[in-house]
Design a protein around this ligand. Structure first.
Ligand code: M6R
Length: 364
């Protein structure tokens, strides 16, 4: 049941800390402070390439996973949405492996792409939340997210649990390939293990996100911007807002703005920026400043280190806990989900069962 919550989505948002903790404890060994992966159907030390695929939010989790696996483990990764992968006649390397991500394990396009790649000789690993699902059964191996049942149509805790698993895979792969040393792995696992506590703090007081929602609810169009691993989270913010509030939203890589979307910037379009401190901060901030100079209303999520620079031109700055850039996408996913939730509540839409959507899309 929903317990004391008004909606399943609200309940599931509040389960982030527990789910993240449970999932991370499953795949991190606290004693060695190293990733502890289950047996894999391929050898990450020698696999020539990974193909990652999924649909919707699960695909966006895979996109973050791609950035991590390439950066940390130096494995070439190709990724595509499942409905494209299955028909684009992909060129696959001999001895390659494929990773499919799904909450339900039943999404028709993802399952079909999985079957196709397996039939073409790729070793298939799936990251699923339902261990009895078709994808888990039909893969060469499965890694489970420990999110528990997710009832709300909009994916929340399952999405961050997917990120947690993908982060652990990236670390395990990096070690297997000899490109991640023990000290760095220990530092990154420590950063991961701090996320559940930060998530709890974020959820405890969402006043600022609610204030942001009051602005966003009046908009007809909303832009979400981010760079690097925050780019897929910008896409996720836009997807969540669309599906829950029916407000048109688009996610863009911040650096791509000046190649088109900047034309639609005016004072009526809120620009939600995901801009934590880190190697891409300056670049993102300067993209945002370009938008502000054209009358854009910048509303930024950042941390204490990033806030002063953004306050010079942003209308609103929401300060999140300071974390290692590695885990910033997991943390930023939570307020963008919360934002969509609050906007939907203000609009009075059905948050648990948005129109035209199904929890598991089992038709092509
Ligand atoms: O069950 P799956 O993870 O395979 O579902 C994939 C998408 O249908 C799903 O993530 C969808 O995009 C959500 N409604 C997003 O909130």
């Amino acid at each position: 049941g929903k317990g004391n919550y008004r909606h399943f989505m609200e309940k599931e948002l509040h389960e982030h800390p527990i789910v993240l903790g449970d999932t991370l404890r499953q795949y991190i060994d606290p004693a060695s402070r190293a990733a502890a992966l289950p047996a894999l159907p391929f050898d990450p030390a020698t696999v020539p390439r990974l193909t990652m695929s999924a649909c919707g939010s699960a695909y966006l989790a895979a996109q973050v996973g791609r950035y991590w696996i390439e950066q940390i483990a130096r494995i070439p990764v190709d990724s595509d949405i499942a409905s494209e992968l299955r028909y684009r006649e992909p060129v696959l390397p001999e001895g390659g492996a494929a990773l499919f991500v799904s909450q339900s394990g039943e999404t028709a396009d993802t399952l079909a792409a999985l079957r196709l790649l397996r039939s073409l000789g790729q070793k298939v690993l799936s990251i699923v939340n339902v261990d009895e699902s078709s994808m888990a059964r039909e893969s060469d191996g499965a890694v489970l997210t420990v999110a528990g049942p997710e009832i709300g149509v909009a994916s929340t805790k399952a999405f961050t649990a997917q990120l947690a698993v993908l982060a652990c895979l990236a670390l395990g792969f990096g070690r297997a390939r000899g490109v991640l040393d023990g000290a760095e792995e220990a530092r990154l696992t420590a950063a991961l293990l701090e996320v559940p506590g930060h998530a709890a703090a974020l959820l405890e007081d969402s006043t600022e996100v609610l204030e942001l929602a009051r602005e966003v609810v009046q908009a007809r169009d909303v832009l979400f911007l981010g760079r690097g691993s925050l780019y897929p989270i910008a896409l996720e913010g836009a997807l969540k807002l669309k599906e829950l509030s029916y407000i048109h939203a688009e996610g863009y890589a911040a650096g791509e703005m000046k190649h088109g979307p900047i034309a639609l910037i005016d004072a009526s379009v809120p620009v939600i920026a995901l801009c934590p401190s880190g190697p891409l901060f300056e670049k993102t901030a300067s993209n945002l400043q370009e938008a502000a100079a054209r009358g854009g209303r910048i509303m930024a999520f950042t941390d204490a280190e990033g806030a002063p620079a953004l306050r010079r031109f942003a209308e609103r700055v929401v300060v999140l806990p300071t974390v290692d850039p590695f885990v910033a996408p997991i943390l930023h996913a939570i307020p963008v989900q919360l934002l969509a939730y609050h906007v939907a509540i203000l609009k009075g839409t059905d948050v648990d069962q948005p129109r035209n959507l199904a929890k598991a899309v089992t038709v092509e």
